[in-house]
Design a protein around this ligand. Structure first.
Ligand code: GLC
Length: 433
């Protein structure tokens, strides 16, 4: 695996926020993306009949790109093909695409890529390895094959017999689609998914990784390719321990990846802002998912949340962009980031303090403390510690209610010298002043 930060594209190392878009025929009836027919909640026929309602009649990729930019995102990832195999671009490798099968009648990826680039954003393409609609797909057995469990006709050969010749054909098709995506769109990132059915060796992921790098030099790959790839993709549950190497946490805005109008279980802007701050505090990035409707409009609550997040980020830019992971847990009861030169610490305060907030373990002299949102200086003092023995005291910062941000208040601490963090059990002092 290639998970070392030095080889990954610098734009990606620095990125903090991406927008994930699950857009496909599943938005027509508002059912779950691909899974609804795989799990039998809807018949395959009814699922595919949604093709007739995918109009993209109000699709405005420039407006999407503008919204993502206003949200503060540096990249976005679009489902070019989910597990249902319906391609959103004009693929020559199969007729199953929105150009041929839906009233949209056109490639919807191409104008999206163009719109993002116009706004200076990076382009990520989601692509499902597995394809539950391709006749040659369900031809291999999983490594832990158990006929009682692996009996889904979309995913596995029902007779329990592998058909390597047909699998070979499927792989050819899989590579052909990826080559098209590389040639046409030169993506900055591939966001793979659906690698869990046939055993990893059947996919030849290592070879695929090399192929993608020749077709599209420098492309960033997520690690949903049998352990190859550049970064981890924890999903839905925010990590409580930072994953090793570069990582991105993907999360739905309500409970659904795609558009499901009955799902009103939206996370509030405050909750999303807090999650975002916690993720960047641990050195990760957030890939926040939205589900546009079949006509291409983004549901109003999703627009509002992105705009609120964007306004908050715009107000607190220095605490977000160009920063690295902040303090280890326990030194401050909130999230934090550090400037790359470690001379500024940003504290994210989610709750209302009674009077002051406290930070421990700071081995550097404080120069100035400010509230980022208001720009006001904040009174502060260091109490305790033994500077002559290099033992830091506690930095107490007054944070009056007038300084509060509605979503999360950010306090900036500037130091005279780059911050060193004191993580020690402490010891007896043998020389006092
Ligand atoms: C899961 C699901 C899929 C969704 C993806 C996003 O792997 O299979 O529906 O697109 O998560 O991370």
């Amino acid at each position: 695996m290639n998970k070392n930060t030095s080889s990954i594209a610098p734009w990606f190392s620095d990125a903090k926020l991406g927008i994930f878009i699950h857009w496909g025929i599943y938005a027509v009836k508002g059912v779950s993306e691909s899974w609804s027919f795989y799990n039998g909640e809807i018949s395959h026929e009814d699922y595919m009949a949604q093709c007739g309602g995918f109009t993209a009649s109000k699709y405005d990729p420039d407006a999407w790109a503008d919204l993502f930019k206003r949200a503060g995102a540096q990249y976005a990832v679009l489902t070019t093909k989910h597990h249902d195999g319906v391609a959103l671009w004009d693929t020559a490798a199969s007729d199953l695409n929105v150009v041929k099968q839906t009233p949209a009648g056109r490639d919807v990826v191409a104008p999206w890529v163009k719109a993002l680039r116009k706004k200076g954003m990076h382009v990520g393409l989601y692509f499902s390895h597995l394809d539950w609609n391709h006749p040659d797909y369900p031809t291999m057995l999983p490594w832990d094959y158990d006929p009682a469990r692996h009996n889904n006709p979309f995913g596995h050969p029902m007779d329990g017999v592998e058909k390597p010749e047909r699998w070979k054909r499927f792989l050819k098709f899989h590579r052909a689609q990826l080559k098209e995506l590389c040639d046409r769109f030169k993506p900055d990132l591939f966001w793979f998914d659906g690698s869990w059915e046939p055993a990893p060796e059947h996919w030849k992921f290592k070879q695929l990784g090399q192929q993608l790098q020749t077709w599209c030099p420098g492309v960033v790959l997520n690690s949903r390719m049998g352990g190859y790839g550049d970064y981890e993709t924890p999903e839905q549950g925010i990590p409580t321990v930072a994953p090793e190497g570069p990582w991105e946490f993907c999360m739905t805005i309500n409970d659904s990846w795609g558009y499901q109008p009955r799902d009103k279980n939206y996370k509030t802007p405050r909750q999303i802002i807090r999650t975002f701050a916690e993720v960047i505090s641990m050195g990760g990035k957030l890939l926040l998912d939205i589900g546009p409707k079949a006509d291409g409009t983004v549901p109003a609550p999703q627009v509002r949340t992105l705009e609120t997040l964007g306004a908050w980020i715009a107000k607190h830019k220095p605490a977000v962009y160009g920063t690295v992971a902040g303090l280890p847990p326990g030194l401050f009861y909130g999230a934090s980031t550090l400037s790359k030169d470690r001379k500024s610490l940003f504290l994210f305060v989610f709750d209302r303090p009674w009077k002051d907030i406290a930070v421990k373990g700071l081995s550097a002299r404080v120069k100035r403390v400010r509230c980022v949102g208001t720009g006001h200086d904040l009174t502060h003092r260091v109490l305790g510690g033994a500077p002559w023995a290099n033992i830091p005291g506690i930095l107490w910062i007054d944070l009056p209610a007038a300084e509060f941000d509605k979503y999360a208040t950010v306090v900036r601490v500037d130091f005279e010298t780059p911050l060193e963090i004191w993580m020690q059990a402490g010891h007896m002092i043998t020389a006092n002043t």
